[in-house]
Design a protein. Structure first.
Length: 129
């Protein structure tokens, strides 16, 4: 069973920053797209797609409607939820990104359940993540 996690990243974060956040994560099948890239995260068999060409810069994650930042990148993780520790690679990427850039982001499932959020207070991870 595959689920999709959505990472909304504030304007100011570049595709190169996201590539840097892949440090320590085994990847394969890298391919450039018109507006980003996609890659397979081999340890967890997840697919990651980065899109920098977004029309709507509003935050879609519920509960953050009043946040004062705009989305510049949307990143999608298609994760096999049947695996043991299916979020390990995604978690590494989120932690790396948090350490590398000073910008806000939010990781959610179906824009409803927030798994990770970085704001001016730092990074907060949910217990389910």
């Amino acid at each position: 069973m595959s689920i999709t996690l959505n990472l909304e990243v504030a304007k100011g974060v570049s595709i190169e920053d996201v590539k840097g956040a892949l440090s320590g994560v085994e990847c394969s099948d890298y391919s450039e797209t018109k507006s980003g890239f996609s890659v397979k995260l081999t340890n967890t068999n997840a697919m990651m797609s980065v899109n920098a060409n977004i029309e709507d810069s509003d935050i879609l994650a519920e509960g953050l409607e009043g946040a004062e930042w705009s989305v510049g990148l949307r990143i999608y993780f298609d994760v096999d939820a049947t695996l043991q520790a299916p979020f390990d690679d995604v978690k590494k990427i989120v932690l790396n990104l948090s350490e590398q850039v000073p910008f806000e982001f939010v990781l959610s499932f179906q824009y409803e359940s927030i798994y990770a959020q970085r704001d001016f207070n730092g990074l907060e991870l949910s217990e389910d993540f």
